[in-house]
Design a protein around this ligand. Structure first.
Ligand code: S3P
Length: 463
């Protein structure tokens, strides 16, 4: 492996080289990653913890809540609809819920910031209440399709006025009582599934969602935990049918939010690609609907050890020790995609440094995330010297065989936290610094990301 030259006056203790302006930053390799880090709360579970607590009657306590901007958007919206939500000095959040059916009409538009999960799930909640709400968001969110949610919610009787293309700003006029529906998901989406189920909470009768390809099941697990009458039947070929009895009464809970496996993928990949590294990432949610990334990295030869396996808040959790590994390219089966849907950007980074070819397909959904992640990852990886072919529904990547990539490019993060973090990680195995034009979106899901990266001890030379 070729040594790399670090600037002589470069401080060896940080991997974040320069702050160019308030938003852009350069990231650089400063040595193997060593250390131990605890993951912040799971974003998906944090959204649901706030929403369901706000719909219970009485006081819920939430420990380990992710205090990222997306979750704070959810909390602000639930406050605007009547819930009382506060953060205690011990970091535990308390929520006094209004009860299913008790949401109040918000006085102003609900600002969802960058958060698709907040928007889509709350559209479901509003749809079966006799209230009207307008949703607005940032430039990224305002481009994302909402028709996938307003289509089924129109069937329950709610009305929608959206911007051209079915995007935000969008107004939902809810209906009460709504009509229960049986809905087969046309796209594998936990957000659409959850939106229909949340609408079903305040709808008389049984709401049924048929899910041909399983997606994250946090809504189902947590709704049951709150006392909802919800059953899941798994049929031929793994097709899941979820039945929820409406007019539910949710009971307040004490919730412990497990750490986010999507966030954990960043330090894990950093250790795998950076020679000499060994890190332990603690408190990682291991729900099987979320762990596709770890299975695929292991299939590539990743040295991952799972310890301290336990349950937190009704979800399996483990600590993961990751060591630098010689990775080999693989073909990712398309049916694994939903269980690693948010991890493809950082997975592509790992693939670009593996030996041989990695082929991914069936990833059309990546084009409608916070950014078009296939286009931006292909462009960014190519700019730092990787060998990438962009196809309509996936990337084909010929890896460097473990060799560092060139780096030395500026990456456009386009209001997408996972693009920004992926290139900060890629920089750990590049010859020159990688600049990210705007790191501010990282705060939506992983506010401690830069502190974590700077904290992995560095020795300043490649082993
Ligand atoms: C999420 C579901 C996924 C995921 C998103 C969070 C959720 O979106 O990409 O980050 O919390 O339900 P889709 O349901 O659109 O795939």
């Amino acid at each position: 492996m070729k040594p790399i030259d670090l600037p002589r006056d470069y401080p060896q203790s940080t991997r974040i080289m320069t702050e160019h302006n308030a938003r852009s930053k350069s990231f650089i390799f400063t040595g193997p990653l060593r250390g131990d880090v605890r993951m912040p709360g799971d974003k998906s579970i944090s959204h649901r913890a706030i929403m369901f607590s706000a719909l219970a009657i009485g006081k819920s306590n939430i420990a380990g809540l992710l205090e990222g901007e997306d979750v704070l958007s959810t909390a602000a919206a639930m406050r605007a609809m009547g819930a009382n939500i506060e953060r205690g000095s011990d970091g535990v959040w308390t929520v006094h819920g209004v009860g299913v059916g008790g949401l109040m009409q918000p006085e102003t538009a609900l600002d969802m910031g960058n958060s698709g999960t907040s928007t889509r799930l709350l559209m479901g909640l509003v749809a079966s209440h006799a209230i009207q709400a307008t949703f607005i968001g940032d430039d990224s969110l305002s481009k994302r399709p909402m028709g996938r949610v307003s289509d089924p919610l129109s069937q329950i009787g709610a009305e929608f006025i959206s911007s051209p293309g079915g995007t935000l700003p969008l107004t939902v006029r809810g209906i009460c009582p709504a009509v229960p529906i049986r809905y087969r998901l046309p796209v594998a989406s936990a957000q659409v599934k959850s939106a229909v189920l949340l609408a079903g909470l305040n709808t008389p009768g049984i709401t049924e969602v048929i899910e041909p390809v399983p997606t994250r099941d946090h809504s189902e697990r947590m709704l049951r935990g709150f006392g909802a009458d919800l059953a899941v039947e798994v049929g031929a070929g793994g097709v899941r049918t979820i039945r929820l009895m409406g007019e539910a009464e949710l009971r307040p809970q004490n919730i412990d939010v497990p750490g986010d496996p999507s966030s954990a993928a960043f330090p894990v990949v950093a250790a795998l690609i950076t020679p000499g590294s060994e890190i332990t990432v603690r408190n990682v949610g291991m729900n099987p609907t979320r762990t596709g990334i770890y299975k695929m990295l292991e299939a590539m030869g990743a040295d991952l050890i799972y310890t301290n396996q336990r349950e937190v808040g009704g979800e399996p959790v483990a600590d993961i020790t990751a060591r630098h590994s010689a990775l080999t390219g693989i073909e990712v089966p398309a049916d694994v995609a939903p269980s690693m849907i948010d991890e493809f950007p950082v997975f592509f980074v790992a693939a670009s440094m593996a030996s041989g070819r990695t082929v991914t397909s069936g990833l059309d959904e990546l084009r409608v995330k916070e950014s078009d992640r296939l286009a931006l990852m292909a462009a960014g990886l190519t700019a730092i010297g990787a060998n990438v072919e962009e196809r309509e529904d996936g990337l084909v990547i010929d890896g460097s065989g473990g060799e560092p990539l060139d780096g030395g490019a500026t990456i456009t993060s386009a209001l997408d936290h996972r693009i920004a973090m992926s290139f900060a990680i890629a920089a750990q195995n590049c010859r020159a610094a990688v600049m990210v034009d705007d790191v501010s979106p990282i705060a939506t899901s992983f506010p401690t990301f830069e502190a974590m990266l700077a904290g992995f001890s560095a020795v300043g030379e490649r082993l």
